[in-house]
Design a protein around this ligand. Structure first.
Ligand code: ZN
Length: 147
């Protein structure tokens, strides 16, 4: 590729693997919130923990408990009418008692219907066992933000 092409983006420019994608509306999660999620998931084990996520200025700042379980693979019941109508609520968090933080079909339906930033945390509920997803069930990266 010529220097001109590189400077002005002419020609067929392949997207670099390590090129930063544009930042999402929600791009981070506060470390203490993630710690709380780990602790809550452990406490609920072997049951699922479910809640909604509140974000401010692109960073998840709070776990908001809601009536009923959000998501859930074996006993899904989602009270949409009880979910907060609140623009700061950006999505859901739930735990998977098991090794896989992969959304089930039921999870994908929840992701698609409510919010745009979702987290699943699997056993053993550590900083290494959670994955964030967008509303389409595609994994997205959330930075851990120290306050
Ligand atoms: Zn699930």
């Amino acid at each position: 590729m010529s220097l001109f092409d590189r400077l002005f983006g002419r020609g067929r420019r392949e997207r670099d693997e390590d090129e930063e994608p544009p930042r999402r509306r929600v791009w981070g999660i506060r470390r203490d919130v993630l710690e709380l999620i780990c602790a809550a998931a452990r406490e609920q084990h072997p049951h699922e923990f479910g809640a909604t996520l509140r974000a401010e200025k692109g960073v998840v700042t709070e776990v908001v408990l809601t009536p009923g379980t959000i998501g859930g693979d074996r006993h899904t019941f989602i009270n949409y009418h009880m979910l907060p109508i609140d623009a700061t609520i950006v999505g859901t968090i739930h735990s998977h008692p098991g090794p896989y933080a992969i959304p089930s079909d039921a999870d994908r339906q929840v992701f698609n219907a409510f919010g745009h930033t979702h987290i699943i945390i699997a056993e053993p509920y550590t900083f290494d066992t959670w994955i964030a997803y967008d509303q389409h069930g595609e994994a997205v990266e959330l930075e851990i933000v120290d306050e």
